[in-house]
Write a protein that binds this ligand. Structure first.
Ligand code: AMP
Length: 354
């Protein structure tokens, strides 16, 4: 585990007026880079060869570095190149997936936004559940023994990319039949979770340790294939219902009923508080809680994403919520750079960078 002392030593050597905001070219990079520029920072994008064109096209980065493979990112020579440029890295979903949470925790010796311990709490299902329980959130019921299945459940597998391969079952027999049919999977490591019926909301929060304030910046609903396409199939043409899958293909903007904003803010606050109690200094910066709102207007939470999520790409120019908080277009990407800028001004970069 990289110690924060090592990172803060590197950070101490940085020229305060030469800081470069950098990220990997994927996921939410356009927004992060634009936000960095809007806040007056230099910006750098690191692309795996073949993915650079988008970043050249949109011209949001002052500099573009190409790597041949993700391994190269971790090489000492490459990390030194980043440090020479006074780089602060901004993690996003693909960044964490391609470099791996373990390697980011243990090898990525470059200043990065946020608390690295969060990676472990987010990527391990049991730890994540402990965190959510500690935050007193309502979670879907879990079934340890398939024999106990007494309602519609969703069967999840670790590492199932974008929910591909999950299946639904309504009773123990259906579970056994579908598990058998599913073939190759690691059969001992599935999670059987109550399938919650309601409407999904993915609120995007930002926690500022400098202001000790939680901000609700925006919200989205994920557009998922094939489940969102199945609803277009008239039942009459269905010859045996196809198994739904949940692969994210896009994002749809949403606002919640105004009376739901209070519980949405409360959930965010409890997640931050629990993170501070479980892994101090806890969550820093952007995160998202994946929820389903039932017909009783209760939120059931099935996941936390402890970093910027792709749904924020809808709001490069700000959202209905961010416009209430800021008199300027404030995306999550820009909010990240604003926090770094404020921290630099207050000489407290070491409270947001680890
Ligand atoms: P996950 O891999 O946990 O992010 O789940 C992928 C997708 O499956 C989500 O975006 C939801 O659409 C759906 N989903 C996950 N868990 C549940 C649940 N307990 N009940 C209903 N839908 C769920």
């Amino acid at each position: 585990m990289i110690r924060k002392r090592e990172i803060h030593l590197i950070l101490d050597g940085y020229a305060r007026d030469g800081i470069t905001i950098a990220t990997m070219g994927s996921h939410t990079a356009l927004q992060i880079l634009k936000g960095a520029r809007d806040e007056g920072f230099k910006s750098l994008v690191i692309c795996k060869r073949g993915t650079e064109e988008v970043y050249q096209q949109f011209g949001v980065a002052d500099e573009l570095l190409i790597i041949e493979n993700y391994e190269q990112f971790m090489e000492k020579k490459f990390l030194e190149k980043l440090i020479e440029r006074n780089v602060i890295l901004i993690p996003h979903g693909s960044f964490v997936e391609y470099l791996s949470p373990k390697r980011i925790e243990n090898e990525l010796l470059v200043p990065m936004l946020g608390n690295r311990m969060v990676l472990e709490w987010e990527s391990d299902r049991e730890k994540e559940r402990e965190w959510m329980e500690h935050a007193d959130l309502r979670l879907p019921k879990e079934f340890k023994d398939p024999e106990d299945i007494d309602r519609l459940v969703m069967v999840k597998f670790p590492g199932a990319k974008g929910g591909k391969g999950y299946f639904l079952a309504g009773n123990p027999e259906e579970f056994e039949r579908k598990l058998k049919k599913s073939g190759l999977r690691d059969k001992d490591r599935f999670t059987i979770q109550e399938f919650v019926i309601g409407t999904r909301f993915y609120p995007h929060y930002f926690y500022s340790p400098l202001k000790n304030r939680l901000e609700l910046l925006s919200m989205d609903i994920r557009y998922e294939s094939n489940v969102d396409g199945l609803s277009r199939l008239p039942h009459v043409s269905q010859d045996g219902t196809p198994e739904p899958s949940f692969v994210v293909t896009g994002n749809i903007p949403v606002v919640a009923r105004e009376s739901l904003l209070n519980p949405i803010l409360k959930m965010g606050q409890s997640v931050v508080k629990a993170s501070q109690e479980l892994f101090s200094p806890g969550l820093i910066g952007p995160f998202c809680i994946e929820t389903i709102c039932t017909e009783d207007l209760e939120f059931v939470v099935f996941e936390i994403s402890a970093r910027i999520v792709a749904g924020t790409n809808l709001y490069i120019n700000g959202s209905p919520y961010s416009q209430l908080l800021y008199q300027e277009p404030m995306s999550t990407g820009r909010r990240i750079s604003r926090e770094i800028k404020d921290a630099r001004r207050e000489d407290s970069l070491d409270s947001v960078i680890y």
